[in-house]
Write a protein that binds this ligand. Structure first.
Ligand code: N01
Length: 891
């Protein structure tokens, strides 16, 4: 039996005056609205879809401009909910044209008999939550109002064109078109002088086609955009074979991927590849004609790191210069003001080559802004262009436009959504808004939506919402509302996610920057489709966390709270570790654990290049110790940081903290000497502490030989290494030197008490466990030794110690003793700066280029060391490396 034959309760229908009573009203009959209607019907909900257009299609109904196509491969840009549907439809091209996509959506509407519940040519003119009836009351532009239990906005992200914001449009006597509202009748360009304003995807797709037909085309460009060739044609055989080989697995991989297209996570980082290797990868990607491939598959750091991104951007810039013959035009077309991918890049067919045509002129509005549109054309502050036709490809009031501006939505207590969102959209999961019960958004702000394959995100949203409505009905609930706590938590998580990518570094419609006066902030969810899906599932698994539900048939349920507490990349790392089912380190024995750690570290990205890395030996407390020295690329002599690795006095070596030492060297512009102190059980307490002190003394005495600045040194360490650094400062004070200018303690062990709350709260689940700490303690020191300040510096005399920067992580058993040490040092008169890294775990700050959100903490640590050394906090021109990973939230 076809799905369409599954009957739902029909709505209480209407004559034109009466209100239409339904369980659910949906706005929009595009990809999202059609699937919603299908699923709601199958679930037995009476449903009406209200659609402004005369037919189905949503954005594909309106955007009929020449050249309009999808730019996600069509095999991925399709519904996947019904394998029979997939079999019944064959796409003709790799990137389908707008007419073909519209035919597809019409085919879907017919196949499931959807049109009978869609009110076309109708707009919702207001939506008001009726507290007494616990329903939404809608008024419409055409026919009956609607009373519904649930109200779902399937309005799309790019459906409300923004006004062109140029004076005089109404004076123009020629033809005017908007790409986002293209007429159904053919527009004839032949023999005409045409102007196109705007060079986003719509402009870039339409310009080559208009140029082929028009007598002359003048393109008015404000911001150049990155465009890549689509290489359109038949569906690529390799992708088709993958899909057909195992359709279910292919679709499932897409659902759990980052962008909603089944590509693996790229592991190689740009600095591990030579110029030639990067170029080869790029050329191959350029030839694929696949935006998602180019955005995700070149190297792992391209989307999160300015340097990694610059490599791609420069290679694309080279391509533009190769294609466009006139150097001045090529330069004007070359983007320099945003990282590649931070603004939506475009897929094109002959875009750049179009500017080689004699009938095409590019006007660079950065050099000559438009002053007005006149009766005969467009005037800039330098000249006038007489044209017969103006095409506005000026974009949309994205993400919020269709929800907020189209009609007033009034929630609980008479609150309007426009007011609630005055400073930017607030949602929980991008699906709901606190204070607006039973209102759902599909691909709303706060969901992955436009940063993903929309088809995949839409199906996930719709399934989640409809499944919730079914579960509520089964449990007797009639209202659902997000809590303020959950919504605020989501905003925080959104902010954390946006720090992982470069989107915040460009003024785009993602951030609201394209609409004058609109609140600014990254609106889509940047954490990826798969992670987002897992969070939505977690909300359900944890008893509808963050929602209040009521109903006459059930007791009120409010499970208040935030769903994500960890930084997004930390959450991913922990998820991956959980899947790897790693052994418990403390079960392996010291040797086994060391071997395990060495193997484990092989999978991480290599540290970044520094000026020089060299190994040597120094004198420890009882013999020679190895060390590794990291020297900046800048001329010395540099101050020296003596660094102690982590590993519970048992594990680790100069290699284990290598990426961090490189990062510290690059960011601080100082020499870092990582000391291979002795380990337990071979050398128990106080071997590590005494080695730490002796090594620091030796390094200070040999500073000049090491190429360092003579005088005070700095000490730094992580975990047990932080313990050694802290102890070294106390010993140096008590034993007559060396002079230490500052101490950087990262998640240090400072005490042998295990009853602080962080030991209990974070006992398991965050990589460093309580039992692992017990194991370390037992191997290193006997209980009788544990009150000695050489292993428990918190118990020592804290007066007269060097200034300190102490970083602790929220989900770390060692958190509280680190904070206590900072407070005690400050109380004893030392200058102390504390950084409590929210959402981070014990290993976060060490995981350079893996936990990107730890970058801002790493910046602050380096700045602190520079301050201790009497240098300006910011690295100046003396460093010959470009700025490193963009700052990310940690504190
Ligand atoms: O809109 P845009 P779009 N004076 O906002 C310029 C999707 N899409 O319709 O960048 C002069 O990207 C503006 O300049 P600036 C896709 O996600 C997909 O092209 O603000 N210029 C910009 O150049 C896409 O990203 C496909 O300085 C003005 C352009 O107009 C999104 O929709 C196809 C101006 C607007 O570009 C939006 O694309 C099409 C002014 N007053 C669209 N105001 C597919 O392939 C604006 N501009 C699937």
């Amino acid at each position: 039996m076809p799905d369409a034959a599954v009957a739902a309760r029909s709505s209480e229908t209407t004559n034109s005056g009466a209100t239409q009573q339904v369980d659910v009203a949906v706005v929009g009959a595009g990809f999202a609205g059609l699937y919603l209607l299908h699923r709601l019907r199958k679930a037995g909900f009476s449903t009406v879809v209200i659609e402004e257009a005369g037919d189905v299609g949503g954005t594909w109904y309106w955007n009929r401009y020449p050249g309009a196509r999808c730019d996600i491969q069509t095999i991925d840009y399709s519904y996947t909910f019904d394998p029979e549907l997939e079999k019944a439809w064959q796409w003709s091209e790799k990137y389908a044209t707008q007419p073909e996509i519209l035919r597809y959506l019409g085919f879907v509407a017919d196949r499931y008999d959807l049109r009978r519940d869609i009110r076309f040519n109708t707009k919702v003119t207001s939506a008001t939550w009726d507290e007494s009836a616990q329903r939404w009351q809608l008024t419409t532009s055409n026919g009956a109002g609607v009373s519904c239990r649930h109200y779902i906005m399937a309005t799309g992200c790019l459906s409300t064109p923004k006004p062109p914001e140029i004076d005089g449009v109404e004076d123009f006597k020629g033809e005017v078109y908007f790409t986002g509202r293209w007429p159904h009748d053919e527009v004839k360009f032949a023999g005409k002088r045409v102007a196109v304003i705007g060079t986003g995807s719509s402009g870039i797709q339409s310009i080559p086609i208009i140029a082929e037909q028009a007598a002359h085309l003048t393109v008015f460009q404000r911001t150049p955009n990155f465009a890549l060739p689509a290489h359109n044609g038949p569906q690529p055989a390799d992708r088709l074979a993958m899909l057909e080989g195992d359709r279910a697995a292919y679709r499932e991989q897409a659902r759990w991927s980052l962008a909603g297209v089944p590509y693996p996570q790229q592991m190689a980082v740009s600095w591990q590849l030579s110029d030639a290797e990067r170029r080869e990868r790029f050329e191959q990607a350029w030839a694929t004609g696949d935006l998602v491939y180019v955005l995700t598959q070149l190297w792992a750091d391209q989307g999160v790191d300015i340097d990694g991104n610059a490599h791609v951007a420069n290679l694309i810039r080279e391509k533009i210069r190769e294609i466009v013959k006139d150097p001045a035009t090529a330069e004007a077309l070359t983007p320099h003001d945003h990282p590649f991918g931070a603004k939506r890049p475009c897929l094109d067919t002959n875009y750049y080559a179009t500017y080689n045509r004699p009938n095409v002129t590019l006007v660079n509005l950065r050099q000559e802004p438009i002053t007005a549109i006149t009766a005969s054309g467009i005037t800039t502050d330098k000249r006038s262009f007489d044209v017969d036709m103006i095409v506005f490809a000026t974009g949309f009031d994205a993400m919020t436009g269709a929800i907020r501006a189209v009609h007033p939505i009034t929630g609980r207590g008479g609150k309007s959504l426009t007011d609630v969102w005055a400073n930017g959209p607030q949602t929980y999961l991008g699906l709901t808004v606190a204070g607006f019960p039973n209102l759902f958004l599909i691909t709303g702000p706060g969901s992955p939506s436009v940063l993903s394959n929309m088809a995949v995100s839409i199906e996930q949203h719709v399934d989640w919402v409809v499944d919730r409505l079914v579960a509520m009905r089964d449990a007797g609930f009639t209202t659902i509302d997000a809590t303020e706590t959950a919504q605020a938590g989501w905003a925080q998580h959104m902010g954390d996610c946006s720090m992982m990518t470069l989107h915040r570094l460009a003024n785009t419609w993602y951030t609201g920057a394209n609409v004058p006066g609109k609140a600014q902030g990254v609106m889509p969810y940047c954490g990826g489709v798969g992670p987002y899906r897992s969070i939505c599932n977690e909300v359900v698994a944890r008893g509808m966390l963050g929602f209040r539900m009521t109903g006459p048939g059930a007791a009120e349920q409010c499970n208040d709270g935030k769903v994500v507490h960890l930084q997004p990349d930390v959450r991913l790392v922990l998820g991956m570790l959980a899947e790897m089912n790693l052994p418990q380190i403390e079960q392996l024995g010291a040797e086994g654990a060391r071997g395990f750690l060495t193997e484990f570290n092989k999978a991480r990205p290599a540290g970044r290049p520094v000026g020089e890395v060299g190994d040597g030996v120094l004198h420890g407390a009882e013999g020679l110790l190895p060390y590794r020295l990291y020297r900046p690329a800048t001329p010395g002599p540099h101050p020296i940081v003596v660094y102690f690795h982590g590993g519970g006095w048992v594990l680790g070596d100069e290699q284990s903290d290598d990426p961090f030492c490189r990062d510290l060297c690059r960011r601080s512009g100082m020499i870092v000497v990582s000391v291979g102190y002795r380990h337990a059980p071979e050398h128990r307490f106080p071997a590590a502490a005494e080695d730490g002190y002796a090594a620091t003394r030796w390094i200070a005495e040999h500073a000049t030989e090491l190429g360092g600045r003579p005088g005070p040194v700095l000490v730094a360490g992580w975990s047990a290494g932080g313990n050694i650094a802290a102890v070294t400062c106390q010993l140096a004070r008590d034993r007559g030197g060396p002079e230490i200018a500052g101490q950087l303690l990262i998640c240090p062990v400072t005490d042998s008490r295990y009853d602080r709350p962080s030991y209990t709260e974070n006992a398991v689940g965050y990589f460093l466990t309580r039992s692992m700490m017990f194991w370390f303690w037992d191997i290193y020191s006997s209980p009788a030794d544990r009150t000695d300040p050489r292993v428990a510096p918190l118990r020592g005399d804290l007066k007269g110690l060097p200034p300190a920067f102490i970083a602790t992580c929220e989900f770390d058993p060692l958190r509280d003793e680190g904070i206590e040490y900072a407070e005690a040092l400050a109380a004893a008169g030392s200058q102390v700066e504390q950084l409590q890294a929210r959402g981070h775990i014990h290993t976060s700050l060490m995981m350079v280029d893996v936990v990107v959100t730890g970058a801002s903490a790493r910046v602050k640590m380096a700045e602190a060391l520079r301050g201790f050394a009497g240098l300006p906090k910011q690295l100046g021109s003396e460093q010959d490396v470009a700025p490193i990973t963009v700052n990310a939230a940690a504190g």
